[in-house]
Ligand binder design. Structure first.
Ligand code: FMN
Length: 333
């Protein structure tokens, strides 16, 4: 079965790859991922705050956040809590490039179009084939408009694109009022791809200690649905590549992601739970599903379940929503 795909201009034998995670910190695991057929390796993120601390020695004087104050620096992890410092990160890009033949996608994580983005160029020089820019941010300031926040993301993308020739994908959080409009603006800023989605850190409360419990839990398959929705909305509305990140635990999940419009499917939780070789299982399962359903290739199904084929997506969404609400019966669960 022809599972080939093109992601960020990279020709790949299939769309499945290990997404950004600590798996890449260990070269042995990176090699296992390549052996299991990972079409590319996405590195974990290097954070703006790490780079800023390295460049300026302190965060105190930085206008990293408009509402920042000296206390803000004390929230940050200590440098030794990160697996790799900025220079070690560049070294790790070089090491991974030397260890594998598949494309290596590095990841920068931050929210301001400022000096830290010089690392984009250094990452390119270290040999990365592409860059993921993770713009994780939770709006907390009532004075900040959605338009201003989105403008800053676009400016950050533009600043990165001015530094590098390699393709840049932007990893987004799910909750924007108009994802297609944001996608259009990011495309104009030069984004070559979008990764849907970042997982939001949604800490639980410890009521006895009155503390937050910011524990990272691995994903559940149900998280895929939000991604399918975003992909289906953007396919045909964004000229670059779309990647699915979140909730892919079975081969059928990966097929759904591609049918929604993803040309790459990133997997983390399932690989952390079941080991790198699970990627091979996902790939075989995808091929079997497509054969069973008489597809000539994976490309044949790309975006086939997206909203691009619906003449009036807005009316369709409203109608589906109403039908679902009206159709609920006590035995629906
Ligand atoms: C332990 C762990 C570390 C992660 N580190 C990063 C990171 O450094 N940068 C990033 O963009 N995403 C990071 N992610 C998010 C994943 O890349 C991915 O978007 C998310 O886990 C959803 O995919 P999944 O359902 O396959 O796990 C991390 C996820 C986990 C579980």
């Amino acid at each position: 079965m022809d599972l080939s795909t093109t992601y960020l201009g990279l020709s790949l034998p299939h769309p499945l790859m290990a997404g950004a995670s600590p798996m890449v910190d260990d070269l042995g695991t990176v090699r296992q991922l390549e052996d299991a057929g990972s079409a590319a390796i996405v590195m974990h993120s290097l954070f703006e705050e790490q780079i800023a601390r390295e460049q300026f020695g302190t965060l105190r004087d930085l206008e990293l956040h408009s509402n920042s104050n000296p206390e803000a620096a004390s929230y940050l992890p200590e440098p030794n809590e990160f697996a790799l410092g900025p220079d070690e990160y560049l070294e790790q890009v070089r090491r991974i490039k030397a260890a594998v033949t598949v494309p290596v996608i590095a990841s920068l994580n931050g929210t301001t179009p400022s000096g830290w983005l010089a690392y984009a160029k250094l990452i390119e020089q270290a040999g990365a084939d592409a860059l993921e820019l993770n713009v994780y941010e939770v709006a907390t300031d009532p004075a900040q408009t959605a338009a201003a926040l989105e403008q800053r993301i676009a400016d950050t993308v533009r600043a990165v694109k001015a530094q590098v020739k390699i393709p840049v994908a932007v990893k987004l959080t799910p909750f924007f009022s108009s994802l297609p409009n944001l996608a259009r603006n990011l495309e104009a800023a030069g984004a070559n791809g979008l990764v849907l989605f970042n997982r939001m850190l949604q800490p639980d409360f410890d009521l006895e200690q009155l503390e937050l419990v910011p524990r990272m839990k691995l994903s559940r398959p149900s998280e895929l649905l939000l991604r399918l929705h975003g992909l289906a909305v953007l396919h045909g509305n964004f000229k670059g590549s779309l990647a699915c990140s979140g909730g892919v635990h079975e081969a059928s999940d990966a097929v759904k992601a591609v049918f929604a419009g993803a040309s790459s499917v990133q997997v983390v939780s399932a690989l952390l739970q079941r080991g790198p070789s699970f990627l091979k299982h996902l790939r075989t399962g995808m091929a079997e599903w497509l054969e069973r359903h008489e597809y000539a290739s994976l490309r044949q199904g790309l975006g086939s379940m997206s909203l691009a084929s619906v003449p009036n997506p807005h009316a369709y969404q409203r109608a589906s929503y109403m039908r679902v609400l009206q159709g609920w019966r006590p035995d629906s669960e």
